[in-house]
Design a protein around this ligand. Sequence first.
Ligand code: TMP
Ligand code: ZN
Length: 413
Amino acid sequence: MSEHSFCRSCGNKLFEVVNFGKMPIANAFVHKEQFKKEYMFQLMAMNCPRCSLFQLYEQPDPSLLFHDNYAFLADTSRVMQQHFSLLAEELIKDFNLKNDELVTEIGSNDSGVIYYLNKSYKHTNHLGVEPSKNVCEISNSKGLRMKNLFFNSNTASNLISEFGKSKYFISLNTLAHIPDINSVLKGIHDFLTDDGIYITEDPYLFDVFNKVSYDQIYDEHVFIFSVTAMKNLCDKFNLQLFDVKKTDTAGGSMRYYITKNKTTKISRNLVSYLDFEKKNGIFETKIYSTFRKNCEKSKNSLLDTLTTLAEKNNKIVSYGATSKSTTIFNYCNIGTDLISFITDTTSTKINKYSPGVHIPIYDYEYFLNNLPNYCFLGAWNHRKEISIKEKEIFSKKGKWIIHTPEAKIINDL
Ligand code: TMP
Ligand code: ZN
């Protein structure tokens, strides 16, 4: 565990944005015997007034988060799989990727962009770097070349010796997870060829603010990037951020295109996002205090909604045992008094209990046999997919509860 009053990138003193209180590890789904041994830490969001990097105060040791039994498997979401597949297509068609050009992906989970490059385009010159052993083994079994390690500037130099430099470097929903950001960016800088391109994507700070999706804040998301903060990071490592692309995945994300070639032209889209963030107060304190107040409002409205329904003997189930819902349930103190159970399709989560508040997790079949009156959409970031799946099933029988920006009951997703 490490506590940070100072910015992990520039060393400036941070200011507190929201304190969510004591929190368990978001993806640490537990058996009953483990209830008393749960690891807790202080979940507090901070911001750096110098480089605008939004970050956690305290983060549990990464080995507690990304280990041999990491519960998150990317291939449980068809939308995410399609997203990876589209980036593979972009590399082939727009970037004209050649088979002798190495593509490295960190945090490639059980099937990232390299999987689709290999499967759909027979691009074999790839490398996946993944710290969780179980997901690494799944990738290996799919024929991908994997290294089971944490990427940083030290491991990068070993990888360069073994594989040479990389023309493309990818990290989707990964950079925001790595606390030693300076070491990672140095490693990427060293690893890239002189004309190499780094493509990275993570949840976007202005989506979190605008949607009041405070549940994007949990142990793994040590940073929530803005374009401004990403530009500052790139400048520090002599990298050029040259384009950005807004994406809908993971609850609203931003994709960043970065190169070592400083003569690369900067896109108009990038300039307009920097301008947008400035106009919307990224350098002022008001936007952060407004977010804090909005988090409290969202919490109170969700508690009011659930309590009112529970008092009328309605059965409420949470849909999707997400890491995000760990923040919601623990911050709002929502337990089995309000939510009967959580339904999820991931084998590693089923028949365990949610972290901290210990709501049981049952499989989809159990859900179908025990349909409730109300479903809280824990997996709101997969809303489109779930809406299609449940159109003729749950949506015909009960109502949905969503919590962003404030709690609301709706008939259909
Ligand atoms: P995530 O937000 O951390 O990606 O977690 C999403 C969880 O939601 C994951 O455990 C799988 C689950 N899920 C379902 O149970 N049913 C579904 O239809 C979808 C899309 C996800
Ligand atoms: Zn800073």
